[in-house]
Design a protein around this ligand. Structure first.
Ligand code: GDP
Ligand code: ZN
Length: 453
């Protein structure tokens, strides 16, 4: 069934700025009429028309290629017109204004994808994968987003939903024949199938977790006094200095964030100039922000000079760290004391200590492996699909319902309770592909897209 959107929407679909080609995309019932007016002729479906784009007084706004896709065979499932003109901001605004004059309205962020979702061209996980593919900052992340876009993740989820439904039907049949219920439930078939579903769920969860890690990455705070070698370490880890994106907001005492990636895992690094003690008010604000950021970090790296005791200043900060944040000590500048790169475990605290030299690039892989291991990042290309926290939560929820059902079966041979648990698991999974998703959630998901997608 086609979802009826009364509006015809339009947006510049290409990136802001200048480029060789810029695309204005139009979707909706008025797309054909708009095409006729702009092109001065009726476009043939799925045919590349080269020629002028006309303004309201017949003046030429630009010239380029027009493509017309009648519904339902288009990205959104509606009539779609694509005007491929020159990629300059002024020309594209002219074109956009022109189609708005002709009855289209400006699209909201993600509205094209939302329309595609509404018309069953994509499920929700696939629509999210479009945004993730566009935002991917590493090859691994892009590949996994592409896998999700092509429906690999959705197929896994749908298979699980299907299996849950089948099992529920079987269990419900047992409930309908009370005198046989116990036999039904204890013949091992239900238990076996439950076990199978659990294993499958765990597998999908593991793949999705890798995907989510490719998307969200790991967030690390580096502590250390000036000259400890923090910048040197960042450069060494990123491989090339240009890979480091630094934005320094506000005062110099504010937070400095950098992003690099380790074998595809994004690593968000927070430099801690702002974490030091300060007296004046501006500094105080920077410090508060830095502490807030610290609170959501996955790990803190403390950079110390090899062969020296922990400085008092660093110790003060270490003592103030929230207890849930794990700490790794980095002993830098091992070259100065002729130490070998190595990893060791502190006896009392259990903290990992990594001996390395940032400047001479010794022992960096020990740190990289340590960070990957701590995050559970496997760096496999196989079967990883892009996923979001929302997906992981849904999978986790489904897992706990199925586990609950398993317990009901084992302890009480309670068919009705088991059936209910299976239904809850099924609903949790269905949220991933969006079959039963609230408008609020949809709005939330699509507005985080960029305009024109
Ligand atoms: P930051 O202030 O913590 O960012 O420290 P920098 O990265 O700017 O480094 C401070 C100084 O220490 C620079 O002169 C670096 O060349 C030097 N340095 C950094 N790492 C090493 C190392 O492993 N060995 C030696 N000998 N010097 C290093
Ligand atoms: Zn520095």
């Amino acid at each position: 069934m086609e979802f009826d959107n009364i509006d015809t929407i339009a947006a510049v679909a290409t990136a802001a700025g200048r480029g060789g080609v810029g695309i204005v995309r139009v979707s909706g019932k008025k797309a054909l009429a708009i095409a006729k007016a702009v092109l001065g002729k009726t476009p043939q479906p799925r045919y590349a028309h080269y020629g002028p784009f006309f303004g309201s007084d017949g003046e030429v706004l630009d010239q380029g290629i027009a493509l017309y896709f009648p519904n339902p065979n288009s990205f959104t499932g509606e009539d779609v017109l694509e005007l491929q003109g020159h990629g300059g901001p002024v020309v594209l605004q002219w074109l956009l204004q022109r189609v708005v004059e002709l009855g289209a309205r400006l699209a909201e962020p993600g509205e094209f994808s939302k329309q595609a979702f509404m018309n069953d061209k994509l499920d929700l996980a696939q629509a999210e994968a479009i945004a993730d593919l566009i935002e991917a900052s590493s090859e691994q992340a892009a590949k996994s987003a592409l896998r999700s876009l092509q429906g690999e993740f959705s197929r896994e989820v749908n298979t699980l939903v299907e299996e849950l439904i089948q099992l529920r039907i079987y269990v419900e049949a047992a409930i309908d024949f009370p005198e046989e219920e116990i036999d039904f439930l204890s013949d091992g078939k239900v238990a076996g199938q439950l076990q199978h579903i659990l294993e499958r769920l765990h597998k999908v969860f593991a793949s999705a977790k890798q995907g989510a890690l490719l998307r969200e990455g790991m967030s690390v705070v580096i502590l250390g006094r000036p000259n400890a070698g923090k910048s040197s370490l960042l450069n060494a880890l990123s491989g090339k200095e240009s890979a480091i994106v630094t934005d320094i907001a506000g005062t110099t005492r504010d937070i400095v964030r950098e992003e690099i990636n380790i074998d595809g895992m994004p690593l968000h690094i927070l430099d801690t100039a702002g974490v030091r003690e300060a007296t004046d008010q501006v500094e105080q604000i920077g410090i508060e922000r830095a502490w807030q950021a610290l609170d959501s970090a996955d790990r803190v790296l403390v950079m110390l000079q090899a062969g020296e005791a922990i400085h008092e200043e660093d110790q003060i900060i270490l003592n103030k760290l929230p207890h849930h944040i794990p700490v790794t000590l980095v002993r830098n500048k091992i070259d100065l004391i002729n130490h070998q790169p190595m990893v060791e475990q502190e006896k009392d605290s259990g903290r990992t200590v990594i001996w390395l030299s940032a400047k001479h690039q010794l022992g960096l892989e020990l740190l990289q492996d340590h960070l990957k291991t701590e995050m559970g990042y496997k760096q496999t290309e196989e079967g990883v699909f892009m996923a979001r926290k929302r997906h992981l939560d849904a999978l986790q929820m489904a897992l706990s319902w199925v586990e609950n059902g398993q317990a009901q079966l084992e302890q009480f041979a309670a068919g009705e309770l088991l059936a209910e648990d299976l239904r809850m698991a099924q609903e949790a999974l269905a949220e991933i592909t969006g079959r039963f998703t609230s408008d609020d959630l949809l709005g939330h998901i699509f507005t985080s897209f960029c305009i024109g997608k």
